[in-house]
Design a protein around this ligand. Sequence first.
Ligand code: WTA
Length: 650
Amino acid sequence: MNTTPTVHPVDPAFAADARITREQYQRLYAGSLEQPEAFWGRIGERLDWMTPPTVIKDTSFDLHDFRIRWYADGELNAAANCLDRHLAERGDKTAIIFEPDSPDAPAQHISYRELHARTCQAANALRALGVRKGDRVTIYLPMIPEAVVSMLACARIGAVHSVVFGGFAASSIADRVADCGSKLIITADEGRRGGRGVPLKANVDAALKLPGTNSVETVLVVRHSGAAVDMQMPRDRWFDAVVDSQPVECEPERMNAEDPLFILYTSGSTGKPKGVLHTTAGYLVYCAYTHEAVFDLREDDVYWCTADIGWVTGHSYIVYGPLANGATALVFEGVPTWPDSARFWQVIDKHAVTIFYTAPTAIRALMREGDEPVKSTSRGSLRLLGSVGEPINPEAWRWYFEVVGGSRCPVVDTWWQTETGGIMISPLPGAMDLKPGSATRPFFGVQPALVDPAGRVLEGEAEGNLVITDSWPGQMRTVYGDHQRFIDTYFRTYPGNYFSGDGCRRDADGDYWITGRVDDVINVSGHRIGTAEVESALVSHPKVAEAAVVGFPHDVKGQGIYAYVTLVAGEASSDGLRDELVRHVRAQIGPIATPDHLQWAPGLPKTRSGKIMRRILRKIAENATDQLGDTSTLADPSVVESLVRDRRVP
Ligand code: WTA
């Protein structure tokens, strides 16, 4: 890119009052790299410890001496840090504002004291049902207060939660339950989204009929929509019936800093989703501190992150970061476009939201509706905007800044991953000039580097693969049940470094611009989907012989899903079969994996050794058929011509 980006200098009024100014960032950043022990030791003091740590950083990315341990001899409880320690001074402060799907249903304000009591009751209920420290609990809930309560209840008793996004279908739930051997599932009768019901309990029932799921002893069902559901006694219990009668005090479990806090499944370039495991202290320190610094948090802020708790953004920046900081966080059950496309802005006005954190895909979708729905609202309470999940294109950034934020609110474009636990590269709003489309600078303690495919470090202005050269506290510790996969996935490509899977450019000022995934992961509306997962869903259909899936640029979703399918010999292609295969993928994985285009492929472009050349398939899907490159190494170059001819024009 040769175009000079627009620079929005730090707003002096904002900087005057900011938690971290430019000078402070420079000094603290340098200190965080020179003396990580001293830096993170000091930051760790923000938590309440049962035993304060003496060893702060004990890490090495060297494959012969690999270890990642932070605050390793400390003891603490994450839920106590999110609740108990606020009671003295913030007991009556609102912890959670719940805004239901329907604007006509009443919002709820839940104070820290109430959230503490409800969490203790749920924790006692889990204990009464036999859940012990180290046991796994699957949470498959809509965006309702019980989701937060359930996560914190697990943390309180040392159970490891695995939250499964409510948009996943039965077999995705089953895979995740089976992988970690959950003992208990917390779900609801139904979720509500855009006025429609989501049959959560029915999905759990279907999942538990699938193989590998008989570790589950109990299903707790939150009564939410009131829809009739099938209760199988004694397995299924109503949440309120078990929880409401419990005592409102529950002794928090003493956890070692490196005891697991949660597992969250995420897609990679190969195989089934990985159970990303985060531990207690490093994760909590990191998400609390990033939340405070990046969002320039104030005591009276009303903070709203629109993510779902089924994704890491919900874990770190709806639950653990904000609550560890004693903030007021809004939990929204609904969707941006229902009852109309002004809903986000109406909710901002209704609850006087000051910090708003959302995804580029939502911004682009709302931008298409024009400025009117936004301008029908005031948004006068806003002071800071954030973006996460995928690269934000400069047009969307500008619309967000100018129309949504009225050119008053800095936009923090935050780059991070499920694996990183918290924000890694992002502007600090009082310290950095903003450039639409750039995540700008690394957070304290984060050492990014760009490498070429051979692993050579690129200096200065450059574009390459993004690695992180040393550990930070929020880093994942392992892939649940498969430590080798953790090492192989993240540390073997560029030995001595954590490999993010993202491409990135650094400009002449030293600002970072994430360019997107360089592996076989596609980012659809900010959701990570492995091409391998969609392919295996397709080939699980009896009429499919082979499938190859790639991403292509999509105006609203960022990337869309393009599938090439070869049918088994003798099967005829038809529009009916195409619809059936698309439905099959939705039923296997969930609606987020719905292919946008499905092209019949008499053959796939393969090398003589049988490897599918995805580069070519990507170019065809992108309609860049003039850039197919060298096809002479293909076993049968003629397949390319037929694929180009039959391309489905997106
Ligand atoms: C992408 C979400 C550009 C990136 C927190 C990363 C981004 C993947 C940004 C992680 C951003 C996230 N700019 N790309 N600000 N934030 N990504 O695990 O490709 O769901 O690797 O974590 O999203 O997605 P995940």
